[in-house]
Design a protein around this ligand. Structure first.
Ligand code: 5AD
Ligand code: SF4
Length: 470
């Protein structure tokens, strides 16, 4: 049994090795005929981890089902970022408990970020004894072994490492999409924003070697993939831990040369977004003019309390530079309302920044105190009612700009990567523009994965309508 420990999690381990995934041959196909149900919460990183989990489970013989009542193994890949993600996962565990009362052989597992939390693991050991196994974000690759042990033994298996271990390459992957792929470039985060649990649950910044990343993308190109999203908690820190003179800019240039038609990257911290990066995005047509640039707050007082390392002024300077230098760039953001100490004046400063930036997309959240983070110790003097009101006011404002920006596209010709037929609109296809806007459009004789030109005919807040350009 290995339990999480925050003191260890705070430390950064720079002495990790790069090793290859290796599975004991005896496990291959061992559980064939058995079914698994996997539920994923949270960010793209977790979604991509689930693509690895699926492939590993299928390697040992399991087959996927979307009906958990009909499965032999249920696994939750969890998220810690806010309280509601927690509540959803515990709610689901409650349902599994009932199911297990009827189906004694059911194997129940939990992995992902919540597994790295001391409080969660304590709770599972005390009140969720029916959970068979728990493993964390640092030992995903150990899944075949951990599951095998959990099935054979009749006790709760908890294997969570607080410190990041080796960087494991070549973990099998079953991708959800045949044309768009996630590619990890850096794991972890060393920024320690005061509200954020990620530096504890995902460990220190560890970049993958450029050769490993480029090899993965070259395979994707051969397999007909049209788009890659380079993933990291803070992709702008890429390379700093392993190279002298090779960072995200250099990597983007090399990825661009693989001729994959579309390259995206997320998430960027405004603090280390270089001018060179801006030049590259404007220079290479296959680097998408679409940037996610979390603001969090428009008040310098709150930014300081959040430990964000930039001011409202420097954020705006960077934002304006991007808008000026990258033709037709779309910028999206994340904003937190109701951080401890945020008063009406601070909140209005956030609204002012939104009025200036007129974002193309924004993810807005109410602050949620997280276990062991510095902000959780601050006195939270904003009432829930006020937080909810601020969120509503903020959402009304961001939505107004989404629609305004979309309306500007009516009559324009845009490139769309076709994802398939729309489930909601009969006879319509759907796909995304270079700037990551959803388009529903009419067309004949096209198929999933086609890059097509579409004329925009109508704009809504969260999507566009169009017709194929002939
Ligand atoms: N409470 C609310 N929102 C949070 N985020 C991160 N931590 C918290 C928290 N404790 C938001 C930030 C981040 C996004 C992924 O989630 O806006 O950019
Ligand atoms: Fe969390 Fe800040 Fe790191 Fe983003 S940059 S993952 S908000 S600590």
């Amino acid at each position: 049994m290995n339990l999480p420990d925050y003191k260890e999690a705070r430390k950064r381990n720079k002495n990790y090795k790069r090793i290859d995934y290796n599975i004991d041959k005896n496990y291959i196909g061992k559980y064939s005929g058995k079914k698994y149900f996997l539920k994923t919460y949270g960010c793209q990183m977790n979604e991509h981890d689930s693509e690895n989990i699926r492939a590993m489970l299928e390697q040992i013989g399991f087959e996927e089902t979307d009906d958990y009542t009909n499965s032999d193994l249920v696994l939750l890949n969890t998220c810690s970022i806010r309280e509601n993600a927690h509540n959803k996962a515990f709610g689901m565990l409650g349902r599994f408990k009932h199911l297990k009362e009827e189906k004694k052989d059911l194997i129940v597992g939990l992995c992902g970020c919540m597994a790295q939390e001391v409080g969660v693991v304590d709770e599972i050991m005390k009140n969720y004894k029916f959970v068979n196994f728990v493993f964390g974000t640092h030992n995903l690759y150990r899944l075949p072994d951990i599951i095998d042990k959990a099935i054979i033994k009749n006790s709760q298996e908890i294997e969570v490492y607080s410190k990041e271990g080796d960087l494991v390459e070549d973990i099998p992957v079953r991708r959800e999409n045949n044309y768009k792929a996630y590619v990890n470039i850096i794991y972890g985060c060393d920024k320690f924003c005061t509200y954020c649990i990620v530096p504890f649950t995902r460990g220190g910044e560890r970049s993958r070697k450029k050769e490993d990343i480029l090899k993965e993308i070259e395979y994707l190109v051969k397999d007909g993939y049209k788009e890659v999203t380079l993933l990291g908690q803070n992709v702008n820190a890429y390379g700093k831990d392993i190279y002298e003179n090779y960072g995200l800019g250099e990597l983007l240039e090399d990825v661009s040369k693989t001729n994959i038609p579309r390259i995206r990257f997320t998430t960027s911290h405004p603090w280390d977004f270089s001018d060179k990066m801006i030049d590259l995005i404007s220079k290479y047509p296959n680097i998408m003019p679409s940037i996610h640039l979390p603001l969090q707050s428009g008040s310098n007082k709150i930014l300081k309390l959040m430990g964000r390392r930039y001011s409202k002024e420097s954020y705006l300077e960077l934002f304006d530079k991007m808008k000026k230098k990258i033709p037709k760039v779309a910028i999206s953001t994340d904003i937190i309302v109701g951080f401890p100490g945020e008063d009406e004046k601070d909140f209005n400063e956030t609204l002012d920044v939104v009025k200036h930036c007129k974002y193309d997309n924004a993810f807005t959240f109410i602050y949620s105190p997280r276990e062991n983070t510095p902000a959780a110790k601050l006195k939270d003097n904003v009432s829930l009612k006020e937080k909810e009101e601020r969120l509503q006011r903020l959402n009304n404002l961001v939505n107004k700009y989404f629609l305004e920006n979309n309306k500007k596209l009516v009559g324009e010709k845009v490139e769309v990567l076709t994802e398939g037929k729309s489930a909601k609109k009969k006879d319509y296809y759907y796909g995304y523009t270079k700037t990551n806007k959803l388009v529903n459009f009419t067309a004949n004789d096209i198929k999933e994965g086609d890059l097509v030109d579409v004329i925009i005919t109508d704009a809504k807040t969260w999507s566009l309508d169009g017709k194929l350009f002939k």
